[in-house]
Design a binder for this molecule. Structure first.
Ligand code: DON
Length: 603
């Protein structure tokens, strides 16, 4: 499918500016920051100050690893227009909100890790709990979780962060006009795109849980493999965001639509929306095998977990010597490391603005060396101390985030993961807006430990993504739920060396860890590193090793693991890693063979 060619930058017409000012005035927010920003964005020249790229290309091309061909085409279009990696990333995110309605989104949230002009940044556009949220909101009067309430319908939705995240990223680092980066998405929403059979399969599965509880079928009932899906209301929403700026979603007509959708059913109010802001945070950074790992800080648990995995694995090198990749002894050693990583996650990680997370301690070399030293080749599976939680949680975890990686020829890089949480989120479409709302509230601790008449200890999250037992992840107004999303960059000698990420809930960090070690410790080529078998283990359920449908455990391996004391399970979904290795000046993008991704060098 071709994308309309956009002309070179033209100053906005007097009419466009007048219309924007009128729009601000009629909403009586003329003095607000977003109107000021809007006027500045519409009027600003193509590039100025910090937005000026380094004069000479650092790489022999740009590259993208995208979860679908449409978003890869979008990146190519944006590069052809002179955009940088941030422009491409923002345009891809909006495109995926159209072509991957199961996971790409306007009504969800996520994380972006960036390298711009040699400096790392991290943008947290995770959803927040509405002001009316409270810790018992998913419990019945006996203190039991009401099934489905945190995953389906209006009350499952948290305040979305994606649009403000994209607005802030593009305003801070983009080179193109805001409207240019929205144009490909508007095209796909207006003219349609051809539905991939996998998307229909996910639709069919999700529709069952939404049946008669939400308006999902009114919008996505006609999503059929091979057919063209047009989304006129979504096109209009994107058009409003394009003309009025990202804050339109939070303070304009779109915000009114969300609040109207929620009225009488859900908790999100106009005030929740107008108060939402994506946050620039200090990315996590750690040394590993001569690289600088730049990754996601809390409220993600993924960055801490990834660094812990990498460092404990490195500290235990003598134990790994002579142990074959993905052999039973190898998996046993990694599983013991993972027990410790997930125990820390449950105990310590939540929204850092609500309760401090001891990040430095958790990724400290001495601490991790001491934790690694506890791992013994002969230790019985599950011997690591068990924390309260819900056995079986991992088996039900959702897998519907989407990730993309992009680098430009100047050596800037973006690794972006964003999500609605479950497939198609809460199943609630904003009437008139044409976009789905997330079910990210389920990533909170929805049943506090000890709550309920049964007095059962342990915490519950229907998806299992956030089954922490500690206060940090308790539902509270304005709080961000814990996440596993781990968009990651590697730098070598101050330059981009790898951009990587994947969907997969709590599998995200263990997946990225495996691909990184395949590349580094086992010297695999990118495509081999992605194709290799992967496994997953976390503290709970104890003694369980998961394999993917893409590469089930060979029978002999399964038997050996069972002999060691493990239960072997096949999870119902695969990962979908999108990564770009940079080899000298050559970008080597690679898309996971498990998905429909497209890896492309763009010159
Ligand atoms: O942020 C999280 O960790 C959850 N919302 C799970 C999202 C996810 O990754 C689902 N799977 N890909």
């Amino acid at each position: 499918m071709s994308i309309p060619t956009h002309g070179a930058f033209r100053a906005p017409s007097a009419r466009a500016l007048a219309s924007a000012r009128f729009s601000c005035r009629t909403r009586r927010v003329l003095a607000s920051a977003w109107c000021a920003a809007l006027a500045a964005n519409l009027a600003a020249p193509l590039s100025a100050g910090a937005k000026t790229p380094p004069p000479k290309p650092a790489l022999d091309g740009a590259a993208v690893a995208a979860p679908d061909g449409y978003s890869a085409d979008t990146a190519q279009q944006i590069f052809a227009e002179g955009g940088n990696a941030v422009d491409a990333a923002v345009a891809m995110a909006f495109t995926l909100a159209v072509t991957r309605p199961d996971a790409g989104n306007l009504g969800g949230g996520g994380f972006m890790t960036l390298l711009v002009d040699g400096k790392p940044y991290f943008l947290d556009y995770r959803e927040r709990a509405p002001q009316q949220a409270n810790r018992d909101m998913y419990l019945d009067d006996k203190g039991n979780v009401v099934p489905g309430m945190s995953t389906v319908g209006h009350r499952a939705a948290a305040v979305p962060g994606t649009v403000d995240g994209m607005w802030q990223a593009q305003r801070r680092f983009g080179k193109l006009k805001w409207k240019q980066v929205l144009a490909p998405a508007i095209h796909y929403a207006t003219d349609g795109f051809q539905v991939d059979p996998r998307l229909q399969q996910r639709r069919d599965a999700a529709a069952k849980s939404f049946a008669s509880k939400t308006n999902f079928d009114a919008y996505f009932g006609n999503l059929k493999a091979g057919a063209t899906l047009r989304q006129p209301e979504l096109a209009q929403t994107l058009g409003r965001i394009a003309s009025d700026g990202g804050r339109e979603f939070y303070e304009g007509r779109t915000a009114q639509m969300i609040a109207a959708q929620m009225y009488g059913h859900g908790l999100i109010t106009s005030q929740d929306l107008s108060q939402y802001k994506a946050l620039w945070r200090e990315p996590l950074a750690a040394g590993w095998h001569g690289y600088r790992v730049i990754t996601a800080p809390p409220p993600s648990s993924g960055g801490i977990g990834l660094i812990q995995l990498l460092k404990m694995r490195a500290a235990l090198q003598p134990a790994f010597d002579g142990v074959a990749l993905n052999s039973a002894p190898y998996i046993h050693l990694i599983a013991q490391i993972e027990d410790r990583v997930f125990a820390d996650r449950q105990r310590y990680i939540g929204d850092p603005d609500a309760s401090p997370v001891p990040v430095a301690k958790l990724i400290d070399d001495a601490y991790l060396a001491q934790r690694a030293a506890e791992v013994k080749t002969g230790e019985a599976p599950g011997a690591a101390p068990k924390k309260p939680g819900v056995d079986g949680a991992a088996a039900t975890e959702e897998a519907q985030t989407t990730h993309f990686s992009v680098v430009d020829k100047w050596g800037n890089a973006v690794s972006n993961s964003y999500t609605l949480n479950g497939d198609f989120g809460s199943g609630v479409v904003v009437d008139g807006g044409g976009f789905l709302l997330n079910d990210a509230m389920d990533d909170f601790l929805i049943k506090p430990a000890g709550a309920g008449a049964t007095g059962a200890s342990g915490a519950a999250s229907a998806s299992g993504a956030a089954d922490a037992d500690a206060e940090p992840n308790m539902i509270a107004p304005g709080r961000r739920p814990i996440s596993s999303m781990t968009p990651t960059l590697l730098m070598k000698d101050g330059k981009i060396a790898l951009a990587i990420g994947t969907p997969g809930g709590s599998r995200i960090l263990t997946t990225i860890f495996q691909v990184m070690t395949n590349l580094s410790d086992f010297d695999m080529a990118p495509t081999d590193a992605l194709a290799a078998m992967r496994f997953h283990h976390q503290l709970l359920p104890q003694k369980t090793i998961y394999f993917e449908p893409y590469h089930p455990a060979p029978e002999e391996l399964a038997t050996q693991l069972k002999d060691l004391g493990y239960t072997v399970e096949q999870q119902p979904f695969n990962g979908d890693v999108q990564m770009i290795r940079v080899n000298g000046a050559t970008p080597e993008p690679a898309s996971d063979p498990r998905g429909a991704g497209v890896a492309r060098v763009i010159r």
